[in-house]
Write a new protein. Sequence first.
Length: 135
Amino acid sequence: MLVNKACPVVLRETTATRELLVFEHPLAGVQLVKGTIEPGEPSEHAALRELAEESGISLASSVRTLGTWSSGHKDQVWSFWVCEPRVSPPDNWVHRAADDGGHLFRFFWHPLFGEVSGQWHPVYQRALRFIQNAV
């Protein structure tokens, strides 16, 4: 299995629950940050790079791997990395992702074990289940 995608997992604890950072893509619904691993690039570095490119969180470090997962979508094998921002991100924000045609991504926190809406693409629903089982 050749790992070709990196997925940074950003979690936070609130008084009520544990939450996962997600975003709403203007054309493709609710998603996790994920992107292609460049040739020769360690998946851990790719996760941090993708987090910066897609969310604007550039000051972060990887904490640990959650493992790899075959998505069943276009031969994508994902490497999941728990990443910790050095500064706590706000409750929600909008970031223009230059590497995705300049789309505006609306970021927010989703309860890690909360119900998903119909706005979640099925591959991201399965990825969420992988994360839930891995943490």
